[in-house]
Design a protein around this ligand. Structure first.
Ligand code: CA
Length: 247
């Protein structure tokens, strides 16, 4: 099902093969159905500090670190970067509202997909712009035994964050693999841009309200309609990866 997509990736990237050994997973909107809460809490928190961000814009900004999003808004609306204190205050308030939204549910299909990937013997690495302190607990609760601290890139590890390729390049390093030995799983336009810029085959899963076009124009190598769909087709996807690997 992915033969054409992989061929196109190889000709664009100049790699001769795709030897998938690791899967790099974004978190919000991929592993957890948390984006509606994030969008709402960004809209409310920024508004309290005089910055406007609609919920739709929050989806377009998804993937940036908190500081990245706040500075993006401040530059456009205040004509300057936010101070460190402003970043801290706004992000703290955003986190409070997010927590008050309650626990986001694991994304339907994600556990099944992770299980399939683990059985295929591939490494699983988390690459998120999130800086929530409770992140590992949350992951272990919903996906026991899949994620370990040494296989995670979070907001605390990066300087630039998505859409810069930096977080995914760090993910490759943590997995100990090269760009043509990994696959990125993303739901957000800026996350897709980061994965593509890192030279990695990037699967977009459209779990939110944006049109597929928003992901396609960032260079997604393939777009799946849901994590459930991806999970149900993992065997075929995995077989296609094997066709293009140098055994
Ligand atoms: Ca995401």
């Amino acid at each position: 099902m992915l033969e054409n997509n992989i061929s196109e990736y190889l000709s664009k990237s100049g790699h001769k093969s795709l030897n998938v050994r690791a899967m790099l997973f974004d978190m919000d909107g991929v592993l957890f159905d948390s984006m509606p809460f994030h969008a709402r809490s960004w809209h409310q928190a920024a508004g309290e500090f005089g910055l406007e961000i609609s919920e739709a814009q929050a989806y377009m900004n998804e993937g940036r670190t908190g500081a990245g999003t706040i500075n993006e808004l401040a530059m456009k609306q205040w004509g300057r970067e936010a101070t460190e204190k402003e970043v801290e205050d706004i992000y703290k308030r955003k986190a409070e509202i997010f927590v008050a939204c309650g626990n986001a549910e694991p994304m339907r299909g994600a556990a099944q997909l992770l299980d399939g990937i683990r059985k295929s013997g591939l490494k699983i690495v988390l690459v998120t712009g999130s800086g929530q302190r409770s992140l590992l607990d949350k992951l272990n609760h919903s996906y026991p035994g899949i994620f370990a601290p040494e296989n995670m890139v979070t907001a605390f590890d990066v300087k630039y964050g998505k859409p810069n390729p930096e977080p995914y390049l760090m993910g490759l390093k943590k997995a100990g693999v090269k760009a043509n030995e990994a696959v990125v799983v993303e739901n957000a336009p800026l996350g897709v841009r980061a994965g593509v810029a890192a030279g990695i085959f990037t699967i977009a899963v459209n779990t939110g309200p944006l049109p597929d076009e928003a992901l396609g124009k960032e260079g997604a190598n393939v777009i799946f309609p849901s994590m459930q769909y991806f999970a149900e087709h993992w065997d075929e996807v995995s077989a296609d990866f094997n066709k293009f690997s140098l055994q």
